[in-house]
Design a protein around this ligand. Structure first.
Ligand code: F6R
Length: 248
């Protein structure tokens, strides 16, 4: 487990984009596991700049973590739309190589099974993650049991509230989402977890404590052999000194 602490999310985004460049340069057919939300936006900005500077992503496959149930791909708050807006429309990527669950699938169980096949076919060379205020990764919410497979999840009140900014009203946030399960996340060759801002400092410190807990899904990353936590100073504020100093 590595921890890197930057002054700003923008600097952190450049660092993560450089990691992605290394992966894609080493293997042009790489699979990038991608996340949404505010956290990865500086990374996408930096990645777009690298592509504009010559990084070739023509053969890259992308597999996203999750999508809201009930939102069609062209809904401005859907994660498919988010990805178009922040990344896909700016880079020459093959649309057939983009994978995101369909939130409006008529049969959600069948959609979960279809997505599990995608996840099995395209294990990520690099998985990008953000962390929820409650410790979720993807939309694997805290629970007594954690799902290994793609599943439909009821979002917690905390998640709905946190995500309501984009919707303008918590009542408009979908109550359910489809999310990749933990097996799909943990099968990645390399994982980068990003977290920025004071509000994430407590959950980051808890997740890095060393215990693996189902009520803190991000703590499961302790079981993976290649995880880098990429933080800004505010998110790293509550880390014990021995973690923040020696690794950062
Ligand atoms: C979204 C996802 C979520 C977010 C998390 C943090 O694809 O995987 O786990 O990473 O909810 O969201 P932000 O970045 O908005 O704080």
């Amino acid at each position: 487990m590595k921890i890197r602490v930057f002054d700003t999310p923008d600097e952190a985004g450049v660092y993560v984009a450089a990691i992605a460049e290394q992966v894609v340069s080493g293997c042009p057919q790489s699979v990038l596991g991608l996340a949404t939300g505010s956290t990865p936006i500086p990374f996408y900005r930096a990645l777009v700049r690298l592509v504009q500077c010559g990084l070739n992503v023509h053969e890259v496959t992308t597999v996203n973590l999750d999508e809201y149930v009930g939102l069609p791909p062209d809904h401005p708050q859907s994660y498919r739309y988010f990805m178009e807006h922040h990344l896909f429309r700016h880079i020459p990527i093959d649309v057939d190589k983009i994978h995101i669950p369909y939130g409006t699938a008529a049969d959600l169980d069948a959609e979960c099974a279809r997505y599990d096949q995608v996840v099995a076919d395209y294990p990520a060379d690099l998985q990008i993650l953000g962390i929820g205020l409650n410790g979720h990764i993807g939309f694997n919410e805290p629970s007594a049991f954690l799902d290994t497979k793609t599943h439909v999840v009821e979002l917690t009140k905390k998640t709905i509230l946190h995500n309501s900014d984009a919707f303008g009203d918590p009542a408009l946030v979908p109550t359910h989402a489809i999310t990749m399960g933990l097996q799909g996340i943990l099968q990645a060759r390399q994982i980068v977890m990003m977290a920025f801002g004071e509000e994430k400092s407590q959950v980051v410190a808890q997740a890095l404590q060393g215990e693996v807990r189902t009520d803190l899904p991000a703590s499961i990353l302790h079981l993976h052999h290649d995880v880098t936590w990429v933080l800004d100073r505010a998110a790293a504020r509550m880390l014990p000194l021995h973690l923040g100093d020696t690794e950062a």
